[in-house]
Design a binder for this molecule. Sequence first.
Ligand SMILES: [Zn+2]
Length: 464
Amino acid sequence: MRPDPRLGAAVLAGKLAATASRGLGRGGGTTIPGDVALAIDPGVLAKLGAALPRGSVLVSGTNGKTTTTGLVAAALEASGERVLTNASGANLVFGLVAAAVAQARPLGGARADRAVFEVDELSLERAVLELRPRLVVVLNLLRDQLDRSGELETTARRIGDGLRRLPRGAHVVANADDPLVVAQCEGVEGVVYVGIDADDQLLDGVPHAADARTCPRCGAPLHFDRVVLAHCGSYRCTRCDFARPRPAVAVRRITAASLDRQRLELDDGTVLDAAVGGIYNAYNLVAAHAAATTLGVPAATVAAAVAGFRPRFGRMERLRLHDRELRLLLAKNPAGLDVVLRTADELGATHNYLIAINDLVADGRDVSWLWDVDFERLARSSHRPHVVASGRRAHDLALRLKYAGMAAEQVTVEPDPAAALRVLASRAAPGEEAVVVPTYTAMLELRAVAQRAGAVGAFWEQRG
Ligand SMILES: [Zn+2]
C-alpha cells in the first residue's frame, strides 16, 4: 500500500495510548486508543478495513453478539484465516477502531486476513459505511433495559439503514424467526435467512416481555403458530401478507440439550455439537454456521470449530466456591433474563438461584424492566426453587418475586454480594449446582468477591 503518513501517525498514537492506558490499569484500554487514533485520522477505520484482504464481517442484534462473533471467528480461523476481532466486546465505533489499531502494522498495514466485529445496533450504519463489510449477521431485536418504550422501533430502523447501505454483493444472515429483523431486511439483497424449525423447546405463547406482537408493516396483530423465545418463532400477519420467510438454513432438531451442551441437526444434514446450551445459543449457532458457510468455509470445518468453541467470560461458566458448584449466567435485559431462567429451570432443574440486580449505568438505571420478566414461570416451577435476591436493587427484585407468586420462604434478601454468595452456598446441597444470574456490574462484583475468597484461576476456568 502507498504510505499514508496520517494513518501511520494515527496507528502509532493509538498503539501508544493502548500501552499507556494499560499501564494506568484502565481495563486494557479498549476504547481510548480508538479515540486517539480517530482524532488524528478520522478515516482510520475505513483505511484499516480496506487493507484487510478478505474484508469484514459485522455481527449485530440485541442478544448473542459476543458468542456469535466468537463462533464466526473460530470457524474462519479453523479454515486457516487470521482473524481480527473485538474480543473485549467494545462494540461501538471507538472499540472497533481500537481493535483494528491494535492489530495493524506500525504504518497501517494489516496482519489479519479478515475482521469479525460485534457491532452495537446503533453503530451498525456507520460501521457499514466505513468497513464496507462482505457479510452482516442480524441476530434479533429485543428490548434492552436501557431503551424502554418505543425506542426499539428506532433501533430497528437504524439496523435497516445500515443494511440498505451495504455494498453490492454483500450478504446478510438474518433471523427469520424475529419479525422485527425480517421487516428491516425487506428490499435488501443477499439475505440468507436462518431459523429454528425444531419443536423441542417451544413456549406456550408469546411471553410478557415480548416486543413484537403486531405486524411491523401494517400494525395488525401477528398470529404465532410457534414461539421459540420472546417474539421469535413462526408468525404471520392477520391482515397483510407479512409472514416468517422460509429459512435457507434451519435447525430441524435439538437433542442432548443441557445447560452447557446441545446438538443441533440442521435441515441440510449438518450436525453441530456445541458446548453452549440454551435455545438462545441455538440461534447464535445456526447464524454463525450460515455466516461461515456463506463465506466459503466448509460445513465440516464449521462443525469442528463449533465443537471446540467455549463461551467467553460471564456467558455460561462455572466456579467452585464455599465447596459448592455455581453456574454464572449473565443477564442483561428482560428477554435475556427470561431465557436464562427458563434454561436453568427446564434444562438444569435448578433449585437454588442467586439473582443480583444492579442499577448502575452499565446495567440500566431504571429497574422497572424487572416487571417485564416472566418470574411467574419460576414461581410455577415444579422444582420449587429458592432465590437469594441480591444487588443494589435486591428489594425491588424481592417485591417483584412476591408479586410473581413466590412464597416468602422461597426468597432471601441479601444485597451484599459476598453475603449473598454465602447464603446460596449454605442452601445448596453438596454436589448440587446453584445458578447465579447477575446484571453486568453485579457480575463484576461477584467475580471480585469470588477472587477475594480464593476462587481465582482454576475456579473461573470454563468447563470444557
Ligand atoms: Zn401486516
